[in-house]
Design a protein around this ligand. Structure first.
Ligand code: MG
Length: 436
């Protein structure tokens, strides 16, 4: 599909530098925004390193978009390792790569992609941020999220860890569709309605991008603002719109049981004298003896397979449905999925790695994390992390440096106690591996 794009970026009215960046590569049909973080020049280097690696990798014709994003992640990590002034830097990345049907998005962090079709604006990405999790859990509204003290805390970014989870979103496009990529400096300043109006009114993509940046500045310009507008050309290919999310950590169904054998004649096939409702055992008895024995074996085996399968699935569900918070090997506050220490062969997997380190926390908060509290819902774990008492603000500078455990900062108005799952602390999990 033919794609035409324009972009704009601006420091905004508050920040001293611009840590955002964007990429327009029409020949590669590659477009991206990146919002760097990490203080001083770290953020700037992180976003530039990620975008440049993305470009050079795809220009060299190597691999796909996901592969390129993973390389960009490693490039940011490696760059940070060479220079202590860059330690802790990271960046969001939201990229669109043209396909025959439209674009494929790769997305990490709290920058966003939108689709404008027939005047209607639809968001294509989910924010990997603390407030994003709280909104998805229904604990706060979108409007509350824009005012939340921890609105700048991202839960996923390039440059944090070698194992990076990337959302891959195929977006089929129709001629006339418009895709917007933007950093949170746009969406935190302008409501979606304003963004939709500008995108619908301004035909030229570069002018539309500039107009959006200007309006975000007029609204306060509290963060760096970056906008890329991509127009789908009039190639004849157009597929129904649809968005699919790829979640690498989604637990695959652990059980596959063979359905009951349906081969051979049906109960009433070829047996005019047989009474109605002839059961399988009756049918088996009429077969030659060895075949009949084998079939009887199948009918005995199926309930056994089902029972074992259900037990397996139940254990997998129990082992995986819980989240807990702890420190990873690098002393970062991390949200895990699973049971502390794992259960049977279901281990714990990293769900979200925060930028908060043990040193950022007060002693009491560090102790609270060491107790690896468990939560039935991801949002509760995220809220717990949000309430942790920090020595200093570990965000990109928008959050307060104060006490995060006061009830007033709790978005749902619930007491700061931890809704842990009682069974997790039982001996069956920590001291042994019970038989299924
Ligand atoms: Mg930003």
């Amino acid at each position: 599909m033919r794609l035409l794009a324009g972009g704009a970026t601006d420091r905004g009215r508050v920040r001293e530098g611009n840590e955002d960046g964007y990429l327009l590569e029409p020949r590669l049909r590659l477009f991206a925004v990146a919002d760097g973080m990490g203080g001083h020049r770290g953020g700037e280097v992180a976003s530039a390193t990620a975008l440049e690696t993305l470009r050079s990798h795809l220009r060299a014709g190597g691999g796909d978009l996901l592969d390129a994003v993973r390389r960009a992640n490693r490039a940011v990590l490696e760059r940070a390792a060479t220079d202590t002034a860059l330690t802790g830097m990271g960046t969001t990345l939201t990229a669109a790569l043209g396909t025959d049907e439209g674009v494929t998005l790769a997305h990490v962090g709290d920058s966003r992609a939108y689709l404008l079709r027939a005047g209607v604006l639809r968001r294509l990405t989910t924010d990997h941020s603390l407030v994003g999790e709280l909104v998805r859990e229904g604990r706060i509204t979108e409007a509350e999220a824009t005012m939340h003290p921890y609105r700048s805390v991202v839960t996923r970014a390039l440059g944090v860890d070698d194992a990076l989870e990337v959302d891959i979103v195929p977006v089929p496009l129709e001629p006339g569709d418009r895709v917007l990529l933007c950093s949170d400096g746009l969406t935190s300043m302008l409501p979606d309605t304003t963004i939709a109006e500008v995108l619908a009114a301004e035909a030229d993509p570069t002018r539309a991008a500039n107009r959006l940046v200007d309006l975000a500045n007029e609204a306060g310009g509290e963060d760096n603002i970056t906008v890329v507008v991509i127009d789908a050309g009039d190639d004849p290919i157009g597929l129904p719109a649809g968005v699919a999310h790829h979640d690498a950590e989604q637990l695959a169904p652990p059980v596959t049981t063979t359905p009951p054998a349906t081969q051979g004649p049906g109960p009433d096939a070829g047996h005019p004298g047989a009474p109605a409702g002839v059961g399988p055992s009756r049918r088996a008895r009429r077969l030659p003896r060895p075949v009949g024995l084998a079939l009887r074996g199948v009918w005995v085996a199926i309930p056994v397979v089902l029972v074992v399968g259900i037990a397996f699935a139940a254990t997998a569900y129990y082992a995986r449905r819980t989240y807990f918070v702890g420190f990873d090997a690098a002393e970062r506050v991390t949200i895990y999925q699973g049971r502390p220490g794992g259960l049977l062969w279901w281990g714990q997997t990293v769900r979200e790695r925060t930028g908060t380190r043990r040193d950022d926390l007060t002693e009491a908060a560090a102790l609270a994390v060491e107790r690896t509290p468990s939560f039935a819902r991801l949002g509760d774990a995220v809220a717990f992390v949000g309430r942790l008492d920090r020595r200093r603000d570990a965000t990109r500078g928008a959050g307060p440096a104060g006490d995060a455990t006061t009830p007033s900062t709790d978005p749902a108005g619930t007491p700061p106690s931890v809704p842990s799952v009682p069974s997790v602390t039982g001996p069956s999990v920590t001291s042994g591996r019970p038989a299924p």
